[in-house]
Design a protein. Structure first.
Length: 200
């Protein structure tokens, strides 16, 4: 492959990533139905034709955005587990329900922002989402202590559900004091749901 071809490929990859970033932020902020291809292309500073060249359709971009968003969680969890030892659940909960994450809708966790969109999506999206969520639960449950894999997985689902629901609830209220009250309560509930934690 020539040097010019390598540069062109790199530029193409950069353009694709820029479109994906714009699509992910747009879907998280506006929902799937709330943004069109032209809006995503404008946010990415590309033409609509370039969007279609890279993703084929809005559905195509949504599918990739779901995968990329959940992959962020899959990559982040081991970081917390490795760096925070037996306090990793507390550290993750602090981050997840923290003010900075609550206020950043466009770049916030895909589990919270995109789950309601997946509910309304075609079955193939739900299957892909389910596969990624199972990976996330596997990572969490591997960081928990319990009498069985089933027990650890149940607690992992409970912890996730608490955080995802709590983040949505804290974002939905107008009063910041109430939002902080919700966040604090949810953090402790998630830690309690996770139960005994391994020091990885």
């Amino acid at each position: 492959m020539s040097e010019n071809s390598t540069k062109a490929l790199t530029k193409k990859q950069q353009t694709r990533q820029r479109i994906l970033d714009a699509a992910s932020q747009s879907f998280r902020t506006h929902g799937f139905a709330g943004i069109g291809v032209d809006g995503i292309a404008k946010a990415a500073k590309v033409t609509s034709g370039a969007f279609y060249s890279h993703f084929g359709s809005k559905d195509g971009a949504f599918s990739v955005a779901i995968d990329a968003g959940l992959d962020e969680v899959i990559a982040a969890l081991p970081y917390f587990q490795k760096n925070d030892g037996d306090k990793w659940v507390e550290s993750f909960a602090n981050y997840y329900i923290g003010k900075a994450h609550r206020d950043d809708l466009a770049n916030g966790c895909a589990m919270t922002t995109l789950s309601p969109e997946v509910v309304r999506a075609a079955p193939e999206f739900r299957l892909a989402y389910e596969k990624k969520m199972k990976q996330i639960v596997d990572i969490i449950s591997n960081g928990l202590e319990g009498d069985s894999i089933e027990e650890c997985r149940a607690r992992a689902w409970a912890m996730l559900g608490t955080l995802i629901g709590g983040l949505t609830l804290s974002r939905a209220v107008k009063n910041k004091k109430v939002a902080n009250e919700i966040a604090s309560s949810i953090k402790y509930a998630a830690i309690a749901a996770a139960g005994k934690v391994k020091n990885i």
